[in-house]
Design a protein around this ligand. Structure first.
Ligand code: NAD
Length: 497
């Protein structure tokens, strides 16, 4: 691993053969309408590949293939131990091809190569393996019936699943859907974001190599308003799983209602509070963590700790530590293994982030760090991690999800006020509290309206615990055995004895 260098990755990037076609029924195909769009790297503005721009036509073909595959039973009725073996092979192939996948991810959406390799690709393999390993260890139920009845409560795969995913952790977000959907025997159609389609297209081939039958895993690159909408409105898609913005999540609920009332599970946006009480056990650790919570992945993280709530009594001591910690997060070349902050995904996202920075200043917040676009000479899209002090929770930068490295500092005076500010948001994805008082930590965890609460850390977690949101951050949960609920129907079978 220590052999990696900028020139290593540059050479490897120059040799990459990038596939841009859709993957349907076990093969790569151009879009039925023949259209393509350019995949542009935010690192230097260069075109990486032409991508198939799929439409409703392709959705029809892929859904028909997925349905045929499901009904054949080759995968849907395979013994769970068999599906486990295939998913384990799939995970192993992802590990064997980790460098290529990480490179595709970095070139495509600008994240640092070390994160792509050690976070995105590593955790993708882990998610597939975890679900594969779990599936032959879960049992169905026998109901507590009267003596002359046998009641079986069984789980069945739902059939054709469509997964629409975002660009911030393209492969990893997909793996949180693919793992449980495939483990439980469904066929799946993955629609990656138009901003980051490359790894999804590549792993489809690995899935086939691993032994997933053709038609069981299809990839349709394209725009949300074309192929995404077509999948969401499709009468034969039984379940739609989504990770992305709250705005699109709401639209998908409408599509589900307008079509076949497909089951719909949404992982949406966030505006997570990170609360530092005066009795936090280690202010240095809290400061390091607060900086990482907003700068990691360029702040393009659904759980980004974008609101830092500081108890007034420690603010003068604590805030300089945060500013110092944030100064360690400097944008750099995403292919340099030392880089911690890469490029934003595209110029549109840059405009959004810069507009929010402007709005923070206009609303009277005080810019303490960052605030500017940098490295323009590279042709890439980079912005400095930015910190505003003197933010009130009513300001736009405290209410709206920026999805960039912009941190808002808000003061509070009491436990009650901290919780009230923390919960004063339409979102409910995550929250963190820093305190040495175990009772206070538990009381805060109970009072915070969020799907994940971290105590004396930010962003802990692995495959063993469910992940998802309260309120307008979504419904249902990814990860853990709870994720199987999304991909299975419960059936009650009554046998008269
Ligand atoms: P987005 O909602 O713009 O797009 C997500 C996906 O939806 C893309 O594939 C897009 O093509 C598709 N889409 C867009 N319009 C559509 C339509 N009308 N019909 C069907 N599909 C459509 O989100 P994004 O900008 O890609 O990602 C950022 C968002 O994702 C942020 O809000 C972030 O918080 C959220 N996110 C949430 C989680 C979570 O687990 N809760 C994780 C990562 C990202």
């Amino acid at each position: 691993m220590s052999d990696y260098s900028l020139s290593y990755w540059r050479t490897k990037a120059a040799d990459l053969a990038i596939e841009g076609r859709a993957f349907i029924d076990g093969q790569y195909l151009t879009a039925a309408g023949g259209e393509t769009f350019d995949c542009v790297s935010p690192i230097d503005g260069k075109v990486l590949a032409k991508i198939a721009s799929c439409t409703a036509l392709d959705a029809d073909i892929a859904v028909a293939s997925a349905k045929r595959a499901f009904e054949s039973g080759e995968w849907s009725r395979m013994a769970p131990a068999g599906r486990k073996a295939v998913l384990n092979r799939f995970a192993a192939l992802i590990e064997e091809n980790a460098e290529e996948l990480a490179l595709l991810e970095t070139l495509d959406m600008g994240k640092p190569i070390s994160d792509a390799l050690h976070v995105d690709v590593a955790l993708t393999a882990q998610a597939l393996r975890w679900n594969g390993e779990a599936i032959d260890k879960v049992y169905d139920e026998v109901a507590p019936t009267p003596h002359d009845q046998l009641g079986l409560v069984t789980r069945e795969p739902v059939g054709v699943v469509a997964a629409i995913v975002p660009w911030n952790f393209p492969l990893m977000m997909a793996s949180w859907k693919l793992g449980p959907a495939l483990a439980t025997g469904n066929s799946i159609i993955l629609k990656p974001s138009e901003k980051s389609p490359l790894t999804a297209i590549r792993v489809a081939q690995l899935a086939i190599e691993a032994g997933i039958p053709k038609g069981v895993f299809n990839v349709l690159p394209g725009y949300g308003h074309t192929v995404g909408k077509a999948l969401a409105l499709h009468m034969e898609v039984e379940t739609l799983v989504f990770t992305g913005s709250t705005r699109v999540a709401k639209q998908l609920m409408v599509y589900a209602g307008e079509s076949n009332m497909k089951r719909i599970w949404l992982e949406a946006g966030g505006k997570s509070p990170n609360i530092v009480f005066a009795d936090a056990p280690d202010l240095n650790a809290a400061a390091e963590s607060a900086a990482a919570a907003i700068a990691f992945n360029q702040g393009e993280v659904c759980t980004a700790g974008s609101r830092l709530l500081i108890e007034r009594g420690i603010k003068d001591k604590f805030l300089p530590l945060v500013v110092e910690a944030l100064s360690q997060w400097k944008p750099g070349h995403p292919l340099d293994p030392e880089t911690k902050v890469g490029a934003l995904v595209d110029t549109q996202q840059l405009d959004t982030v810069l507009k929010y920075i402007q709005s923070g200043s206009e609303e009277g917040a005080k810019l303490l760090a960052g605030g500017k676009q940098v490295l323009q000479e590279t042709g890439g899209v980079f912005v400095e991690p930015t910190l505003f002090d003197g933010v009130t929770n009513a300001m736009k930068i405290a209410q709206e999800e920026i999805f960039g490295p912009v941190l808002s500092v808000i003061e509070f005076d009491s436990f009650e006020q901290a919780i009230s500010i923390a919960n004063d948001t339409p979102y409910g994805l995550a929250a963190a509290v820093w305190t040495a008082d175990i009772s206070k930590a538990h009381l805060a965890a109970k009072a915070l309206r969020a799907g994940s609460v971290w105590v004396n850390q930010y962003d802990g977690g692995d495959m063993t615990a469910p992940f998802g949101g309260f309120k307008q951050s979504g419904n249902g949960r990814d990860k853990s055995l709870h994720a199987f609920d999304k991909y299975t129907e419960l059936k009650a079978t009554w046998i008269k004895l």
